[in-house]
Write a protein that binds this ligand. Structure first.
Ligand code: ADP
Length: 247
C-alpha cells in the first residue's frame, strides 16, 4: 500500500496538561502490515500517544484518523469497536478462568463481556478460540486456569484476547517486559505474524527486541518526533545518540 493511504494518520496532535505539552503537534502515519516501534526517554510522551489513540486521554487539538474514523471524537468503546486494540503493561486477564474462557469472553467485538458467558458456545466461537490459542502458543493450555500460566504466557493470553476482537490496529506497551529470552523470541515471531493484514504499534525499551521486530522506529522526545526510519537510521542519528542512546 502506498504512503498516501495509511491505516492510522495522526496530524498536528497536541495534548496539554496544565499548559505542559506532553504531545506537541505530532504527525505519525502507520501503514497496514507494519510494525512500528515508538522509543524515547521516560516522559517523552509515548504512553500519552497510545492513550490519545485509544481515547483514554482527550486531545487538546489535532486529528487521529483510523481508516475513515476520526478517533478524537469517539468514546473508548467506540474506538474498540472500529478495530483498535490496546494492551497495557499489566495483564488484565481473569486469573480464575481458563485460557479458553478468557478468550471466549473477548468474542466478538461489541458484545457485552459478561453476556458472552451466558450464551451457548457456538461452533464459530470455539473455532476462533482454538485458532487464536494456537497463534499465541497456548493450544496445549486451553483448559488451564490463567493463574497457572507463566508471566509470558499471561502476556500472550492478553494479546490473544485482543485478537479475538479482530482489531486492525494493535497497540502494545512493553510486551516483553519480564519475559524470558525464549519467550521474547516467540513474541517477536508472534508480532511479525499478527502484523500481517494489520498494523501494530509497540512501545519498547529493549533495543535488541526493537531491532528484531521494528519495520520502522519513531523516536519521541519532549512530545515531538526526534527521528524516524529504520532502526539503523535512527540509531546512527546524532540527535538520537545525544538524547537517548548515548547516556
Ligand atoms: P513516556 O511514556 O514516554 O514515558 P508519558 O506519555 O507517560 O511518557 O508522559 C509524558 C509527559 O506527560 C510526562 O512528563 C508526564 O508526567 C506527563 N503526563 C502524562 N499524563 C499526564 C496527566 N494525565 N496529567 C499530567 N501530566 C501527564
Amino acid at each position: 500500500e502506498s504512503d498516501a493511504h495509511p491505516v492510522l494518520a495522526i496530524e498536528d496532535l497536541t495534548v496539554s496538561f496544565d499548559g505542559f505539552k506532553a504531545v506537541d503537534k505530532l504527525n505519525l502515519y502507520v501503514q497496514r502490515n507494519e510494525v512500528r516501534v515508538v522509543i524515547g526517554p521516560n516522559g517523552a510522551g509515548k504512553t500519552t500517544v497510545l492513550d490519545l489513540i485509544c481515547g483514554k486521554t482527550r486531545a487538546t487539538s489535532g486529528s487521529i484518523k483510523f481508516n475513515n474514523h476520526e478517533l478524537t471524537k469517539m468514546s473508548e468503546h467506540a474506538i474498540v469497536r472500529v478495530g483498535v486494540g490496546r494492551k497495557f503493561q499489566t495483564p488484565s486477564i481473569y486469573e480464575n478462568l481458563s485460557v479458553f474462557e478468557n478468550l471466549e469472553m473477548s468474542f466478538p467485538r461489541g458484545r457485552k463481556v459478561f453476556g458472552a458467558l451466558t450464551f451457548k458456545r457456538s461452533p464459530d466461537v470455539v473455532a476462533r478460540v482454538e485458532a487464536v490459542a494456537a497463534e499465541i502458543f497456548l493450544e496445549a493450555q486451553l483448559h488451564t486456569q490463567a493463574d497457572l500460566l507463566s508471566h509470558g504466557q499471561k502476556q500472550w493470553l492478553e494479546i490473544g484476547m485482543l485478537l479475538m476482537q479482530e482489531p486492525e490496529l494493535l497497540m502494545l506497551d512493553e510486551p516483553v517486559a519480564g519475559m524470558s529470552v525464549s519467550e521474547r523470541e516467540k513474541t517477536a515471531e508472534l508480532l511479525g505474524r499478527i502484523s500481517q493484514g494489520r498494523s501494530v504499534v509497540v512501545i519498547e525499551h529493549d533495543m535488541d527486541f526493537v531491532k528484531s521486530i521494528a519495520h520502522k522506529v519513531t523516536v519521541l522526545h519532549q512530545g515531538k518526533i526526534l527521528a524516524e526510519g529504520s532502526m539503523e537510521k535512527v540509531q546512527s542519528d546524532p540527535k538520537v545518540i545525544d538524547v537517548y542512546l548515548g547516556h
